[in-house]
Design a protein around this ligand. Sequence first.
Ligand SMILES: [Zn+2]
Length: 332
Amino acid sequence: MSAKLLISLDYELFFGRNAGTVDKCMIEPVEALLGVVERYGVRLVLFVDAGFVFKLKEEGAKHASLGRDYDKIRTQLQHLKERGHDIQLHIHPHWEDCFFDGEQWVIDTGRYKLQDFSSNDIENIVSKYKRALTDIVGDSVFAYRAGGWCIQPFSAISGALENNGIWLDSTVYHQGISDDPQRWFDFSQAPAEAWWRFAHDPAEVCSDGGFVEIPISACKISPLFFWRMLVIKKMGGSDHRAFGDGASMTYGYKYYIDRLTRPTSSVVSVDGLKSAFLGKAYRQFRAAGGEIFNVMGHPKALTPYALRQLDTFLSNRSELESVTFQDFKHLQ
Ligand SMILES: [Zn+2]
């Protein structure tokens, strides 16, 4: 049986001390990626950080450079849509608390997840962020990925999603867990299925639920890998230098200790060194009879090395059928 390939990327800046630039974190890496995937007829899903797009448009009226950034993003997203790629909703609501000081974005992630806002605010945020996307690509937005995998408790956001025509989610990954107090999630109960229906929690099957989960593919990663990653990051080298020019948020201490001391479950990803696992993760996926290989990533985290790994992977996988979420509309 042939399997389906989803490449679902979070299109966004950084949220650490330095947000980086639209050119380096979004526009240029996506162009480079298109140069690889379009040779194989593979389409992308971009989960667009719609809060940023909203903010950019609003602040663009005051700052000409932001207006130009907005135009670049709008042009790129429209171009992608015309070529059969898919544009969907990604929410980092901390944009509500950020501002542009005339030179750079001042990022405040004190309220990092949607659940940190009141229910009125959540309704308002989902609705205006979705509109920020449909204003650009039209009425084809129905899928969601929560920023930083923080989708729980789902009951706090389900009404707002439903009211705004969002019925498909792709946030969960098998055995994913984070006990960072600000950015926790727990997918330990999620089934090892290609997709399922849910109502109250995306990691729990509910056969008559109104939402559909298409999880991100996952694989086990050994501590050795994270040690290697640390060394390569320290050594640098242009092959491993990411397109993105900002700084990431950091996790709590325990997050790193866990990953450096025992095998952990990780998303299958095209980001930087994680792309080295594409082939191995795919073999595990086939051996387990998988149906949807859902590879995630971030344009900002792509490297020349990662693009080459993806190129090699795609060149040997003609049995994989490239799909986007538009191909799953029958599941609604
Ligand atoms: Zn994100």
